[in-house]
Design a protein around this ligand. Structure first.
Ligand code: C5P
Length: 205
């Protein structure tokens, strides 16, 4: 059994110099990878574009887009692995990516988008843990995602709260397990949250 962890944002290119993305820094996912490696587990970290050092003992594979992330996860994940999806995957991508930088005169102010694959929902493996970064109705949304994506647990966090979510070194989250139980954790470092997540994953039969 190994851990496959996704982290950071994805970039969905419009042309070689423009893209759609989000402010994820990858800190939460890198902390999860580090926490699993600390226990001596094999860890594959599939990272979008981030400026972080690879944790010791972790095999890192860098990707750019959601489709690249999906392809690497599918290649790396075996049926009895644990998949922990912390990446802030872009839900949409431009329908086309221009081979050369678009000139202003070639753009008419509209951008056609198509849906990206849902990596966490589509992969099949023994155990899956996801994140729900929400701005409202946090627990309702988290419960729905846990059910729809077939997860063992979802880690819910309100990204509007200070010291939680994108870029912070701390996080305040709630664990919502598939049996319906909820555990609200106090504000703590992302590494401490990561160790709690890995402890839960280790306890899964
Ligand atoms: O974006 P959403 O709130 O649905 O994300 C919930 C979980 O699903 C997160 O763990 C995220 O990493 C994962 N996800 C994914 N692929 C997507 C969208 C989300 O793996 N395209």
């Amino acid at each position: 059994m190994k851990y496959v962890v996704t982290a950071g944002p994805t970039r969905e290119h419009i042309d070689p110099v423009r893209f759609l993305s989000n402010p994820s820094t990858g800190k939460m996912g890198f902390a999860v990878a580090r926490a699993a490696a600390e226990l001596g587990r094999d860890v594959v970290l599939v990272a979008g574009p981030v400026a972080l050092r690879t944790p010791k003992g972790v095999r890192r594979i860098d990707v750019t887009s959601a489709r690249e992330m999906l392809a690497v996860v599918e290649r790396e994940l075996d049926g009895d692995d644990v998949f922990i999806a912390t990446a802030a995957v872009a839900d949409w991508r431009p329908a086309e990516c221009a081979a050369k930088k678009l000139k202003k005169r070639e753009m008419d102010g509209t951008l056609k988008l198509v849906r990206n694959p849902d990596i966490l929902k589509s992969v099949r493996c023994r155990h899956k843990i996801g994140f729900a970064a929400e701005t409202n109705d946090v627990m309702v949304e988290a419960a729905r995602k846990c059910r729809e994506k077939g997860l063992d647990m979802i880690v819910a966090n309100d990204v509007t709260e200070r010291g939680a979510g994108f870029g912070a070194d701390t996080n305040r989250v709630a664990f919502l397990r598939k049996d319906g139980s909820v555990e609200r954790l106090p504000m703590m470092s992302k590494l401490a949250v990561a160790r709690r997540i890995v402890r839960f994953a280790e306890g899964l039969a």
